[in-house]
Design a protein around this ligand. Structure first.
Ligand SMILES: Cc1cc2nc3c(=O)[nH]c(=O)nc-3n(C[C@H](O)[C@H](O)[C@H](O)COP(=O)(O)OP(=O)(O)OC[C@H]3O[C@@H](n4cnc5c(N)ncnc54)[C@H](O)[C@@H]3O)c2cc1C
Length: 385
């Protein structure tokens, strides 16, 4: 059976453990899903898509403010399907980041200009500011702020919301080591928005707080990825994965350990991991140190940015080890980068180029072309988000 967004598998949450230590600024959790009874298959490097649910408390408060019965039927726009307004707001539509169409509809519908001016004029402003307001207000915040909005009917609300999208999580297990299980690592999103309210990420909060262990199921499906281990198990691998970016590499190392136990000759592997503090943010510390002790992991280099005055990142550790790193690259090693898209992947790319120029004596153009060709031959792969 092929599972998909329209036909997901209900996977039971088997276990959930916080892996960021007490005192960490982050809340990072390791979750295990039971996929027994499905014929779901995955390989190391794939992701699992989770269909999240909104906060049930927020949905109840919204319906209360709207004075709408939870079983009031609404039609899903474009789908010719009728569901209850409760189900629509709980599991089908996004009620946190409101889209621009919602604000435009709101501005066109409301007549009480006094109320609207409470929003610092944003809603009536030119395009850019309208967009800012759309991104930053939740439905509940809007209903609390604008009494006039509480007069609209259920169908109008639903027609102006966006669908709730699946969220992807890198799989942190090898199917060889964990049959019938999918492991993930979730950084729980939480921040204070511009009006001073604490906002929680929908999917990460649903997974880390709302689901009951051993009882609840999440609707999931596998998303196959090009981010994959080399078919030649004796090939060298260089894994660069700070933060939750380390997730797939736990799977890679589990897989290599299983293959070695089966008698295969596995290649050398090198992990660059980093986060803020060694004591609280070295996720799966015992496992990675054991992989190192047993030789599954040949090199382990760590960068904890906040443990000393000068911040140290994975790319600094790569630079410190540039001679050996370059020799691995020339020896056909596969380079994998996973994690934060905004800075880390670019910084890692820049340091690789710098190493090619400094150690390999390449000029800038040749270094750029060299890594482009590694991308083409799948020797340099990225999974960044
Ligand atoms: C291929 C892939 C693999 C991934 N793997 C992982 C993984 O292994 N682990 C993991 O934790 N995540 C992973 N992610 C990210 C994950 O899919 C979700 O995006 C993440 O969990 C947040 O979803 P959410 O529903 O909790 O947050 P949402 O409700 O979607 O909220 C997130 C949004 O909140 C806003 N926001 C967040 N922080 C702030 C802030 N400080 N200030 C202002 N606004 C802010 C931003 O607009 C952000 O887009 C992956 C993504 C992809 C595409």
């Amino acid at each position: 059976m092929v599972y998909s967004r329209d036909n997901p598998f209900p996977a039971k949450l088997k276990s959930r453990v916080r892996i960021s230590g007490t005192g960490s600024e982050k809340n990072v959790q390791h979750l295990v899903f039971d996929i027994a009874g499905s014929d779901m298959v995955y390989k190391c490097g794939d992701s699992i898509a989770v269909l999240p649910k909104n906060s049930i408390v927020d949905v109840a408060e919204i319906l209360d403010l709207l004075k709408i019965q939870p079983d009031t039927a609404v039609e899903i726009p474009g789908a010719r399907k009728r569901i209850s307004i409760f189900s629509a707001l709980y599991e089908h539509f996004c009620i946190t980041n409101l889209p621009r169409k919602f604000l435009e509809w709101f501005a066109a519908t409301m007549t009480d200009s006094d109320e609207i001016s409470h929003m610092d004029g944003r809603i009536l402003c030119a395009d850019d500011e309208c967009k800012i307001a759309a991104k930053l207000h939740s439905l509940l915040e809007m209903l609390k702020k604008f009494r006039a909005l509480r007069r609209v009917d259920a169908q109008e609300i639903v027609a102006n919301l966006n669908k709730l999208m699946p969220r992807l999580y890198s799989i942190a297990s090898s199917p060889l080591a964990n049959s019938n299980e999918v492991h993930i690592v979730v950084n729980v999103v939480s921040y204070v928005n511009f009006i001073g309210n604490t906002r929680h990420g929908i999917a990460s909060t649903y997974l880390a707080n709302d689901m009951n262990i051993g009882a609840d199921t999440a609707n999931v499906f596998i998303v196959s990825s090009m981010f994959a281990m080399p078919t030649d198990v004796s090939a060298k691998i260089i894994m660069i994965g700070p933060g939750t970016g380390v997730a797939p590499f736990r799977g890679f190392l589990q897989e290599r350990q299983c293959l070695e136990h089966r008698g295969e000759r596995i290649g050398s592997s090198w992990l660059f991991f980093g986060d803020r503090n060694y004591e609280t943010d070295f996720f799966f510390r015992d496992e990675f140190l054991n992989f190192k002790d047993s030789g599954i992991l040949t090199n382990l280099h760590l960068a904890f940015s906040r443990d000393q005055e000068k911040k140290i990142y994975v790319q600094d550790r790569m630079w410190e080890n540039r001679e050996e790193l370059w020799s691995w690259i020339l020896d056909d090693a596969y380079i994998y980068v996973c994690g934060n898209a905004s800075n880390m992947a670019v910084d890692v790319g820049n340091v690789l180029k710098k190493i090619a120029m400094e150690v390999g004596n390449f000029d800038e153009a040749r270094a750029g072309e060299f890594f482009k060709s590694l991308r083409r031959s799948r020797h340099y792969q990225m999974d960044v988000y």
